[in-house]
Design a binder for this molecule. Structure first.
Ligand SMILES: Nc1ncnc2c1ncn2[C@@H]1O[C@H](COP(=O)(O)OP(=O)(O)OP(=O)(O)O)[C@@H](O)[C@H]1O
Length: 634
């Protein structure tokens, strides 16, 4: 052990520019202590522990970090149990906000500054692991006489920086020994352990913060990809980088020849700038593919194994937690037609404007309406009513409710109507084009006066709700034909959304992936063979997403080993695929009329069967037969 005066002389020599055998990080830190922090090596200073009140402030600030880091810290502490290590988590200012150590050494640890509330900023404590790590942003060991202040020279400390998801240094994890084996190299293992813990903490943080986005994890070998990835980045629906672990930042920077110390050059950039994929390619890197096939090439030519995790969405609304953006993600893949739709939703959802959604049957109109509701932050319920499915004489009581004894057969307690149930929320009027004229008049009154009059009631009740209506019919034409009230039409269609039919959606595979996930049971994720995929893509989908959903539900139930093959698809899809394969390669441009015709002939023109397969009602099938001018060939 070097004496105090020898130690001071060595630092002074370094200050004069003379060489020493110490690591570069130590020399640079000593120079900072002398030149920038104006510390005097001859003067010793006890470790500084913050007063209780100030410590509390620091801990409050670091609350999220502590919560996320805790399990990592405990894990690490267990790994080094019985070896007298102390773990410190310090915040950006160098203050220890979390601490794990052997309580039987409490007094000694406190005196040495290895304690909750100790301040290890370099400007105060001189060269130390936490302080130097904060200054350099790199993992390092400050061993015994590497410390600037001789008060700390018994200690051996190893620290690694924890970066936030935007690449800013937010904390430091330190593992220290009160008295240590002489050789600095003895701390190499500690450095590995700390670095691995930090990697996991950053990963947990990224997952917690961006679980509504795509997360891409990396590993150099496929075996570690799922269990212990080295790095991760998160990507928004438009394919831009929005978060990263420190390892992720290094991979991105290396790939594009940039410096990871300038995270602003990485965040916000399109993923295609760094790898040979765009956002649409992410789905190919999910668990649906075997690990060894999930290979990416970085722009610098390096190959990496990657695992894409799809955005996670909570079921239903959870007390305003869902942000507008995450809710809108549920609409589809990052293709212009969908992102444009999402942009409009984000803008219109928080307003009270009535919205009209147009689109073919099963194209996702109700789904869109729910997304708008989820993004609106309305506290009330989402109440859906299908105006075409309700018998005319019931629509009125269903919508407006009734008072006790309002009509024969009415419940003696009366009943709250759907409009009132949607008070404070959204009323979704599906198939509005099928609403009888008389009811249109009453609905108009609700919209104009914002009040309802239950059947048998005399006093109107005020209601406050958002109306979203949907139709597959050309409402404007119904207005011209006098079958839909013009004034109601203008009240409903302040904003109009058009749902594209499935056959026109360029994000077909995104929807496929979303629906496959829905039908996955406990077993492994569902895979789909190339042949089956081609058959699905070639189909015209007259029943749109609902039809696709039905086909996948059956295929998922009948397929073997979670792999959907051509044979697991309905006959008419197989037949079309087989006949197409004989003549040409399949294309997604198949006309929906042709698809409907194949489906109809595969079920012997049994309309009920066709309707069941499409997931629509019989009248819809009849309407489509008429629209496409189809006729049974026998
Ligand atoms: N973006 C989507 N992602 C996943 N599933 C979807 C999406 N859009 C629609 N679906 C699913 O497709 C099916 C049909 O959707 P939905 O009921 O919203 O269609 P619709 O246009 O309202 O139908 P209809 O015209 O018959 O009322 C539902 O099972 C729905 O969950």
């Amino acid at each position: 052990m070097v004496s105090h005066s020898e130690h001071v002389r060595e630092i002074e020599r370094v200050g004069q520019g003379l060489a020493t055998g110490r690591d570069d990080v130590v020399v640079k830190s000593w120079l900072r202590c002398l030149d920038q922090h104006k510390l005097d090596p001859a003067q010793t200073c006890e470790a500084y522990i913050l007063p209780e009140l100030r410590l509390r402030e620091h801990r409050q600030e670091a609350e999220d970090l502590i919560r996320i880091a805790r399990s990592g810290l405990e894990n690490l502490y267990n790994q080094v149990a019985g070896q007298n290590y102390v773990l410190l988590l310090s915040d950006r200012q160098g203050v220890t906000v979390e601490f794990l150590g052997d309580p039987s050494f409490d007094n000694n640890l406190r005196r040495a500054g290895l304690y909750l509330g100790s301040d290890w900023a370099e400007a105060r404590a001189g060269t130390c692991a936490v302080g130097a790590c904060l200054e350099t942003g790199e993992a390092l060991t400050i061993h015994q006489s590497d410390h600037f202040d001789t008060t700390h020279t018994p200690l051996s400390c190893t620290a690694a920086p924890i970066y936030d998801t935007e690449g800013g240094l937010s904390a430091v994890l330190d593992i220290s020994l009160l008295s240590s084996p002489i050789l600095k190299a003895s701390q190499n293992l500690a450095r590995h352990l700390v670095a691995a813990t930090v990697r996991r903490i950053e990963l947990a943080n990224l997952m917690a913060r961006t679980r509504h986005e795509w997360v891409l994890r990396f590993a150099r070998s496929p075996e570690f990809l799922d269990v212990d990835p080295e790095a991760a980045i998160s990507i928004d629906g438009r394919g831009h980088i929005i978060g990263m672990t420190h390892g992720g930042a290094r991979i991105l920077a290396r790939s594009a020849g940039l410096d990871w110390r300038d995270p602003q050059n990485l965040i916000g950039q399109p993923i295609s700038r760094f790898f040979d994929i765009g956002v649409d390619g992410l789905v190919d890197l999910t668990r649906r593919r075997p690990t060894e096939e999930r290979l990416l090439t970085a722009r610098d030519g390096n190959a990496l194994f990657a695992h894409a995790i799809e955005p996670q969405f909570p079921v239903g609304r959870s007390a305003g937690k869902i942000t507008t953006l995450s809710a809108t993600r549920r609409l589809g893949g990052a293709v212009p037609v969908i992102t444009a739709l999402e942009d409009r939703i984000a803008k219109l959802a928080p307003t009270a404007l009535p919205i009209l959604i147009q689109g073919e049957t099963g194209s996702g109109k109700e789904h869109l309406a729910r997304v708008i509701h989820d993004s609106s932050r309305l506290k009330g319920r989402f109440v859906a009513i299908n105006c075409a499915a309700l018998p005319e004489h019931l629509i009125e009581s269903e919508l407006f409710g009734y008072l006790p004894g309002a009509f024969t057969g009415a419940s003696p307690k009366g009943r709250k109507g759907l409009i009132e149930q949607a008070d404070g929320g959204t009323l979704f009027l599906d198939e509005i084009g099928d609403m009888p004229l008389a009811l249109q008049t009453r609905l108009l009154r609700v919209l104009a006066e914002r009040e309802i009059l239950p059947l048998g009631g005399a006093e109107p009740k005020p209601v406050n709700l958002r109306i979203i209506s949907a139709t597959h019919r050309p409402l404007q034409q119904l207005v011209q034909e006098g079958r839909f009230r013009e004034d109601l039409f203008y009240r409903l269609n302040a904003a109009v959304f058009q749902m594209p039919p499935l056959r026109d959606r360029p994000d077909f595979e995104w929807l496929l992936a979303a629906l496959l996930d829905r039908h996955r049971t406990e077993g492994p994720p569902l895979h789909i063979s190339a042949d089956a995929l081609a058959a699905l893509k070639a189909h015209g989908w007259p029943g749109n997403i609902r039809e696709l959903n039905n086909v996948l539900a059956v295929a998922a139930a009948v397929c073997d080993d979670s792999r959907i093959e051509l044979i697991d698809l309905p006959e008419h899809l197989i037949a079309a695929r087989t006949s197409k394969a004989e003549t040409s390669t399949p294309s997604r441009q198949a006309d929906d009329g042709a698809a409907l015709e194949i489906l109809l002939s595969s079920c012997g023109w049994n309309i009920s069967e066709a309707a069941r397969r499409l997931g629509v009602d019989r009248s819809t099938v009849h309407r489509q037969i008429k629209r496409h001018g189809l006729r049974a060939s026998h």
